[in-house]
Design a protein around this ligand. Structure first.
Ligand SMILES: NC(=O)C1=CN([C@@H]2O[C@H](COP(=O)(O)OP(=O)(O)OC[C@H]3O[C@@H](n4cnc5c(N)ncnc54)[C@H](O)[C@@H]3O)[C@@H](O)[C@H]2O)C=CC1
Ligand SMILES: O=C([O-])CC(=O)C(=O)O
Length: 308
């Protein structure tokens, strides 16, 4: 199982580290445009192999896509991250060109690859890859909801004063400060609805904190987050590589599901060896449906800025 990660920056390197530590891939190739950078990150990570007990071979490449040939899965993290005060949408001008070029280069060397898009604004970048590559739609997946759901569970565990592992929950919708739809109605603590423990006000606070999760970290760090993003991507990679049939909210190209078409947005999906194998349609209540519709309008507005 060969995994390529384009962009050896904060998220790409974190993803490579988690993939290696989970020890399911034979090979990880890190590729970056910055001379020597991916090679350096790969060597540093390889020197953790005996410390962390993994056998995955990690190599680096400065923009040489021949090294990525025959990848099964490729992750696109290349592009610029936001700075405090910015929205993800503001990154479109620079990142669209990068994502378009990188996805085309990847496919030239790995025509059967499954692509996981991470660069922001992620839903729009995923849509761009669908529009420009011609890959089947199950082979292009946007990562956002897995991360947003992890942050949601973290915020719920804070409110419940319990370990995060006690909590289950999901965030669907667009991966933006205003577009996320945390499904508080369906969240549970050990199968008991969290609504049994937390007031509506407290749950609203949890939702709001979740939605600005990325912005909160960007303000603290001066750039956007990488540990949880890298871990979330590695979860998607593992589900595909190991044919796990796990369900994650992913940015998927919709064709009527949830009453939406011609956009990529976060919905629950089953991931396995064929990539995004199935979109799961939840029965949303009226308030959730309205939030999803509004979120989709936001994503479509950003898609409108693309030259496709
Ligand atoms: N979807 C999500 O949930 C998340 C998305 N992100 C996004 O991921 C992207 C990467 O974030 P970071 O890793 O923090 O940024 P970073 O700046 O640390 O790393 C980005 C890397 O991409 C490389 N790069 C730029 N153009 C390239 C090209 N044409 N080919 C190959 N490499 C190229 C840069 O040299 C740099 O090393 C950003 O757009 C960020 O907004 C970040 C966190 C979560
Ligand atoms: O906040 C950002 O810009 C990066 C990102 O998508 C996240 O951490 O959720």
């Amino acid at each position: 199982m060969k995994v390529t990660i384009v962009g050896a920056g904060a998220v790409g390197a974190s993803c490579a580290e988690y993939v290696a530590i989970k020890n399911f891939a034979s090979e990880v190739v890190l590729l970056d445009i910055k001379e020597g950078y991916a090679e350096g990150k790969a060597m540093d990570l390889m020197q953790t192999a005996t410390l962390n007990g993994f056998d995955t071979k990690i190599t680096g490449s400065t923009n040489d896509y021949s090294k990525t040939a025959d990848s099964d899965i490729a992750v696109i993290t290349s592009g610029i991250p936001r700075k405090p005060g910015m929205t993800r949408e503001e990154l479109i001008g620079i990142n669209a060109g990068i994502v378009k070029e990188v996805s085309s280069n990847l496919i030239k060397h790995s025509p059967n690859v499954t692509l996981i898009v991470v660069s922001n604004p992620m839903d729009t970048m995923t849509y761009l890859v669908h529009k420009t590559t011609g890959l089947p739609k199950n082979k292009i997946i946007g990562m956002g909801g897995a991360l947003d759901s992890a942050r949601f569970k973290y915020r719920l565990s804070e409110a419940l004063e319990c370990p995060p592992s006690d909590v289950d929950g999901m965030v669907i919708g667009g991966h933006s400060d205003t577009g996320m739809v945390p499904l508080t109605r369906l969240a549970t603590r050990n199968s008991v609805p969290v609504t049994a423990f937390l007031s509506e006000d407290r749950l609203n606070q949890v939702s709001e904190d979740t939605k600005v999760g990325g912005a909160t970290l960007t303000k603290l760090l001066g750039t956007s987050a990488w540990y949880a993003p890298g871990a979330a991507v590695s979860g998607l990679v593992q589900a595909i590589a190991c044919d796990q049939k796990k369900m994650f909210p992913c940015s998927a190209l919709l064709d009527g599901e949830y009453g939406l078409s011609d956009l990529c947005i976060g919905v629950p999906a089953i991931l396995g060896k064929d990539g995004l194998e199935k979109i799961v349609e939840l029965q949303l209540d009226d308030a959730e449906k309205a939030k999803m519709k509004e979120s989709a309008e936001g994503v479509k507005k950003t898609n409108g800025l693309l030259d496709v």
